[in-house]
Design a protein around this ligand. Structure first.
Ligand code: AMP
Ligand code: GLY
Length: 418
């Protein structure tokens, strides 16, 4: 099978690495990729936001399967275009990708499907903002009703901060979603979906705030681990039954079945169990780096089954019994104004996945973005997986870079109770 992966982050590097170890993958390409991915796949150029360019590349390269990593091409209809060209595609149609592309649409689908989620209100008129803020908080949750790469959300006990964020969004022409605050530990559950069947992957937890102790602004994700030693054995089944399958059924009922990876982000609330924070229409970053490092089933088989409506015939997934911890190395200034162009030392080691990197003409690998590397450690316990990840990080050099030192720490110490 010839597999083309679209995207350029550490998530795509994880996908490419898993596919490169898969005996049924005879050729592997990634577009636009990065310096690390170039070690495992042929690199092609593409504008990921241009669905026509994605399909032209898939045809030109004679792909048998296209795997679309990021949400932008999915929301732009790249998966529809690839399928229309007669090529199997792992990724939802633009219509189904709205589950991530519009938070208001997601709320509507969840309400119709009876899925537990935070109550919410959309505000598109500044004159209505204060009245709406009165219906919530403290704590206030203020979101951008559109794609915001995890950075459009402010969670705050300070009404003035909530109001200011909402006004900034409104001033830029973005409708605002206000939500009730959900307490409890968060879980990311990735599910393979083929339009009707759902196969969950290992549950994971990610760390969205930039600083240790969950301080500072939200980011695209600063680390993740899988599986969750503190989770009850029936957690995954409960989430699939109460949250994921109903949404898959509702999208199918609407004539827009979901094919690809449906990512449920949930809070395990103390009062009412799992509640959905958001659905995403693609693999999460950095959870994927942890989850895929533990998957033993050849990845192409799994992605192809989801893409061709045959998940029900897929044998149970085979997982390593280990734990995996991913720590993101971010550029100085991330998530605000990341500094780029610095030479990175030690980035070609095992377990180091690339996100914002490129190879300079002189051969050096330099930073090109906010999240630069994802470093994945594994071990028989979370503590050992953490040790492995942080030992690998110690061998990496990037001027001004920062990373969280507490990824999976509470879970490793047994300090999380659902
Ligand atoms: P989102 O972009 O919707 O994934 O939100 C980013 C992060 O904001 C989530 O991972 C949560 O940590 C936090 N968050 C979002 N919505 C809520 C909510 N209703 N209650 C509590 N925290 C939330
Ligand atoms: N891990 C968060 C995201 O991918 O949106």
């Amino acid at each position: 099978m010839r597999v083309l992966v679209i995207g350029s982050g550490a998530r795509e590097h994880a996908l490419v690495l898993a596919l490169s170890k898969d005996p049924s993958v005879v050729a592997l390409a990634c577009a636009p990729g990065n310096a690390g991915i170039a070690g495992a796949a042929e690199i092609r150029g593409v504008d990921v936001a241009d669905a026509a360019a994605v399909v032209a590349l898939a045809v030109d390269w004679a792909a048998d399967l296209v795997v679309i990593g990021p949400e932008t091409p999915l929301v732009a209809g790249a998966a529809d275009a690839v399928r229309a060209a007669g090529i199997a595609c792992f990724g939802p149609s633009a219509a189904a990708a709205r589950i991530e592309g519009s938070k208001a649409f997601a709320k509507d689908v969840m309400a119709a499907a009876g899925v537990p989620t935070a109550s919410s209100e959309v505000v598109d008129n500044p004159a209505r903002l204060d009245a709406a803020l009165n219906h919530f908080g403290p704590t206030w949750v203020v979101k951008d009703d559109g794609l915001a790469a995890g950075k459009g959300v402010v969670v705050t006990a300070d009404r003035a901060v909530a109001r200011a964020h909402a006004m900034t969004l409104l001033d830029n022409g973005h409708p605002v979603l206000l939500e009730s605050f959900l307490d409890g530990p968060e879980v990311s559950l990735f599910c393979l979906v083929d339009g009707s069947s759902v196969v969950p992957l290992l549950p994971a937890q990610d760390f969205k705030r930039v600083g240790d102790g969950d301080t500072g602004p939200n980011t695209g994700g600063m680390g993740a681990y899988a599986p969750l030693p503190w989770a009850s054995p029936d957690l995954v089944d409960t989430i699939v039954t109460t949250c994921v399958q109903p949404v898959v059924d509702e999208l199918a009922r609407r004539g827009t079945p979901f094919t690809g990876l449906l990512y449920a982000g949930l809070a395990l609330t103390s009062s009412s169990g799992p509640q959905v924070i958001e659905f995403n229409c693609r693999f999460g970053d950095p959870e994927t780096q942890s989850v895929l490092s533990l998957l033993r089933t050849p990845l192409s088989t799994v992605l192809l089954a989801a893409s061709t409506g045959t998940l029900a015939a897929l044998p149970p997934l085979d997982w390593s019994p280990d734990y995996a911890v991913t720590v993101v190395v971010a550029a100085e200034g991330y998530p605000n104004r990341p500094r780029t162009g610095d030479v990175i030392g030690g980035s070609e080691a095992e377990g180091v996945l690339h996100a914002g990197t490129r190879r300079r003409e002189d051969g050096a690998i330099v930073s090109t973005g906010g999240r630069v590397l994802s470093v994945v450690g594994t071990g028989e316990s979370l503590a050992l997986a953490r040790d492995d990840a942080y030992r690998k990080i110690a061998a990496i050099h990037l001027t001004g870079s920062h990373h969280r030192t507490d990824i999976a720490l509470k879970a490793a110490n047994g300090a999380i109770t659902p």
